[in-house]
Write a protein that binds this ligand. Structure first.
Ligand SMILES: Nc1nc2c(ncn2[C@@H]2O[C@H](COP(=O)(O)OP(=O)(O)OP(=O)(O)O)[C@@H](O)[C@H]2O)c(=O)[nH]1
Ligand SMILES: [Mg+2]
Length: 136
């Protein structure tokens, strides 16, 4: 999906990206294992952890857009939820479908298309988070 890669890109962190095995506080960001959004038993952990955040970013992979989340998943969070479409650099990427997956999951406000490979969209998302005084 690209969560850890995105956190590294926003924080200008060049460390290697490994599979996230637990909820991790990484600088000002909170990173989560992808499984936590796929297995409903883990939703409560996401909800509790989100209370420590100013903004929740919900990602959708443009290279593999899938309606993987239940309708209005985003509505569970008390914090504002913003959409991010990742990997828009990949051949065959379908950012419009990835955005519609996010909309179906209840993302009502901004959706940022990004690529950590080309850097496209990272600046706009960085600025958005900075304006909301989010730590990175
Ligand atoms: N081409 C391309 N590849 C990307 C991009 N973002 C992430 N990737 C690749 O996608 C793979 C998964 O990225 P991660 O950042 O580990 O994804 P994650 O959502 O943190 O995954 P989990 O920790 O397993 O939940 C890695 O091989 C990344 O290099 C992107 O914008 N473009
Ligand atoms: Mg990760």
């Amino acid at each position: 999906m690209g969560k850890t890669s995105l956190i590294h890109a926003l924080a200008k962190n060049s460390a290697a990206v490994l599979k996230t095995q637990a909820i991790t506080f990484s600088g000002g960001a909170i990173d989560t294992p992808g499984e936590y959004a796929q297995i409903p038993r883990f939703y409560s952990a996401l909800l509790v952890t989100s209370l420590a955040a100013d903004v929740v970013l919900l990602l959708s992979d443009a290279a593999k857009p899938a309606f993987a989340l239940p309708p209005n998943f985003a509505g569970m969070f008390v914090r504002p939820v913003v959409g991010v479409v990742t990997k828009i650099d990949l051949p065959g990427a379908d950012p419009a479908k990835a955005e519609s997956c996010l909309r179906q999951a209840g993302v009502a406000s901004s959706v940022f298309p990004v690529s950590v490979v080309s850097g496209e969209g990272i600046g706009a998302l960085y600025q958005f988070l900075e304006e909301r005084r989010c730590d990175l």
